[in-house]
Design a protein around this ligand. Sequence first.
Ligand code: DGL
Length: 266
Amino acid sequence: MGNQSPIGIFDSGVGGLTVVKSLLELLPGESFIYFGDTANVPYGSKTREQLMSYAISILNFLRTKEVKAVVAACGTHSSLTLPQLEGHYPFPMLGVVKAGSRSAIQVSKNSRIGVLATQATVNSQAYTQAIKAINPECQVFERACHQFVPLIEGGVLSGEKINQSVREYVAPLLDNRIDTLVLGCTHYPFLTQPIKEFVGADVELVDPSRGTIEELRELLTMDDLLEQSGQEPLRQFYVSGHDESFFRVGRLLLGDMIGKVNKLEG
Ligand code: DGL
């Protein structure tokens, strides 16, 4: 493992591509291997034990690729499995919750923060704890959004069904007078436009991806692992299940960067 080794990034499906987008903006020279666990999507309805077994298989796979760091580009894993797995692999790992929480606190003026996330993330209260650990004065209102991930994985990013779900999930948070809304599942930035239209100009949306990659940059700098050779980066995509929808929806976000999607058997 060295400066030119790839970064491992994983999620249940296309959600982590929102983190890849920030990686391409902030660290364009870095190689990466993306793993979409499409055989097990959605993660939000899974138990901690199930998620732990998925995380271990994915991390074992990424270890065979000699990654120099891993980003759990997934709010659910960042909340439920990462805290227990950190330190057990020969590479550093980071998730999206800390960065998302920090950004929300920076943005909020009234310290009333809403979080949209999966059911598993909401049950874990990871965002509430991370935000309150930084600023105990903050009030955090979390809300699970069951319908978003299946719709996004199916390529539905706008229209009446989306608008209806946005209303259902976000209206109660507006009643709580939030001024900041964290998109606490990495799939949700795909819905930035309909959510923004619903909340209006008075509520700031926070996508944790950028802060996560800034954190990654600090970590790689500290460990002297930043890519500096200027060589063409390697970018590979793997999935455990459906590859066609990953390819189709992934292209909506990243364009023809997603050329080949490798399907892992078993
Ligand atoms: N994108 C993931 C997250 O951030 C997983 C969503 C899911 O599969 O339910 O939580």
